[in-house]
Design a protein around this ligand. Structure first.
Ligand code: 5GP
Ligand code: ZN
Length: 113
């Protein structure tokens, strides 16, 4: 499968990693939209959020715990951050391997663009 994030997860393409375990990888976005912009991905390939099933509930919960851990490590927990999942065309998804954007370091706009 020609998936850029699978290739990052298996080491074929380099990335600036900030966290890794057996199920999850987090790395810095190549085109940051905020002073801190990290992508958290499951190593398991899901093209979109729509592909997750009941059996993936623990994995998805684990991703949020990883986000918390990173936020505390980077000391953006108190100032705050935003987690975004873009899904399909209107969501603005461009890479079809499920990923969670962790954005911080500036006030985020609401409503989002
Ligand atoms: P999406 O638009 O699908 O929600 O987000 C995809 C994100 O992946 C974008 O923010 C984009 O900058 C990032 N991205 C795309 N290709 C690469 C890459 O090769 N390395 C890294 N680190 N980020 C990438
Ligand atoms: Zn993939």
């Amino acid at each position: 499968m020609n998936c850029i994030f699978c290739k990052i997860a298996n080491g074929e393409i380099p990335a600036k990693k900030i966290y890794e375990d057996d199920r999850v990888l987090a790395f810095y976005d190549i085109a940051p939209q905020a002073p801190i912009h990290i992508l958290i991905i499951p190593k398991k390939h899901f093209a979109t959020l729509l592909e997750i099933g009941e059996e993936d509930s623990q994995l998805i919960g684990h991703i949020f715990l990883v986000a918390n851990k990173i936020a505390k490590e980077l000391k953006i927990d108190e100032s705050g951050f935003r987690i975004v999942v873009n899904c399909n065309r209107d969501g603005g998804q461009t890479v079809f391997h499920l990923h969670f954007h962790l954005l911080a370091g500036r006030p985020m706009h609401w409503p989002p663009g």
